[in-house]
Design a protein around this ligand. Sequence first.
Ligand code: 6R9
Length: 644
Amino acid sequence: MAEDVYPVPAEWQAEAGVDASAYEAMYKAARSDPDAFWLEQAGRLHWTKAPTKAGEWSFDEANFGIRWFADGTLNVAANCIDRHLAERADTVAIIWEPDAPDEEPKRFTYAQLHAEVCRFANVLKANGAKKGDRVTIYLPMIPEAAFAILACARIGAIHSVVFGGFSPDAIAGRIEDCDSTLVVTADEGRRGGKRVPLKANVDAAVARASSVNRVIVVKATGADVAIGERDRWYHEEAAKVAADCPAEPMNAEDPLFILYTSGSTGKPKGVLHTSGGYLLWAAYTHELAFDYKPGTVFWCAADVGWVTGHSYILYGPLANGATTLMYEGLPNWPDASRIWQVVDRHQVHTLFTAPTALRALMKEGDAPVHATSRASLKLLGSVGEPINPEAWRWYHDVAGDGRCPVVDAWWQTETGGIMIAPLPGATALKPGSATRPLPGVLPQLVDEKGEVLHGATSGNLVIAGSWPGQMRTVWGDHERFFQTYFTTYPGKYFTGDGCRRDEDGYYWITGRVDDVINVSGHRMGTAEVESALVLHPRVAEAAVVGMPHDVKGQGIYAYVTLNAGDEGSAELREELRQHVRREIGPIATPDALQFAPGLPKTRSGKIMRRILRKIAEGEVSSLGDTSTLADPAVVDDLVANRAG
Ligand code: 6R9
């Protein structure tokens, strides 16, 4: 079958910031003289002291460490706001679109953003936060989330944003891990017409996490919430402080933020990003991958609670002086036209969203799309999970009327920003492929033994050298950082993803090869869901795997062994699903739950997840070799009683 290739459209070619030959030249330059390349790229930022050094790193155990621009100083918030004031004070920095379509949007110019962020910074300071302190932010998608994040950057406090969908226990764990002293939250959040009791969740979390001595509460919905001794209303504090606050000079390697993400083992890891390298990566990739040009409206439809929101709602666009759109609600609420109505209302040029949202919209047919104009739309982006070619084509043909390139951007919380993606003015597209690495990114495919594979082949995706946006450590556990990412294939960063490379050198990410499930583009560790399940008094053991899901990409399939003699029931099955939801949050709710009298284990007691995955996928005829199991009969029972 002839391969489906979409060439660079003529108008993109004509106006490309980076065309095909410029891409090749940049790629070569970054590889042959990385120091010169990156010191020149560093000129994208405003430094209070310009760096003279670029990358100083080693992935080897003996002298392991990663630093970029280590003798430079800058302030991230000043880069995102102050330096634009001379030329763009009256340019809109943030457009905020509320949850309900009949409410008025808000707009903040760079000058207004400056005042809001300074005020928030002064409130943080007045409440005890200082450089290096950790501030946990648990806010809905309201402008104050942007103000709070940038305010931390302004005073040098390290923000740790916790997604508004996480439970009190999950918040408490994230507060305790980094010893946050201050939490910023709101009375309630709103999404798709529903309310989320944020303040009540924080109260429950803080009852356990004793490091917190202050909770700042933003009045978002006006709900009646308990205000205790530790709590302060944001608006009352803001009225007492000035609208100007000096930006703290920071070393390039001073921490900017911690963001917790799930891995294949243990508790979520606190991924640490630092100031100079991260911001440069966010700015560089935002400009390159989206061929960003001033005067266009950029909409990343993620939540600021995830890395995509950090890098492409806030840091990347604002560092580039862009107009960024922040949307409080859901793409398909109140109906499946909403996302396109927002595009029309704010004349969005670039839309960056996730395959799971596209699949949900696609199910509603083309009419809700055709009911809108979308004439402003010039570029589409996809992120978070592999995009199936069917969803890609729908996005391109229907949503984009066949004229907007699709930027399928592969990257991770750990990478800080986009790593593999087409450049719209340079790269021909293939549906389902993230195409080629950005200049400065050195992907390789390796086999199980770590041998580097060449040409068209499949393997595990590693990155052979550092890049400025790379995470620097796991908060509080540098050894875990090294062990997790640099020991599987010594001397290389292991992504955890499997990948195919075709004859044109295009990369096709096939999904995680570790015990991480990608649910609607969100990472869930199987170990986390298992730990939550075994907390239930009737559960003896649990094993969790991913299963195919037509909207979420992957769903969660849980095998649960109850205490001896307990037969289980439909009620218990539902109770356990709700139990996980309470322990972690709605995104962790198992989609299928099967009671399993026994789990397939090796004689040394290791659960054979390969078999459990096959059963969850419904591929019961290809279970492979089960002869090494301690008790092969358990497999027959599992197959006979498959859930769903
Ligand atoms: C940005 C983000 C990272 C994992 C990653 C991979 C998957 C992300 C993808 C993609 C295929 C893409 N992933 N983008 N897979 N194509 N364009 O999502 O970060 O939440 O840390 O997830 O998501 O499996 O390893 P994060």
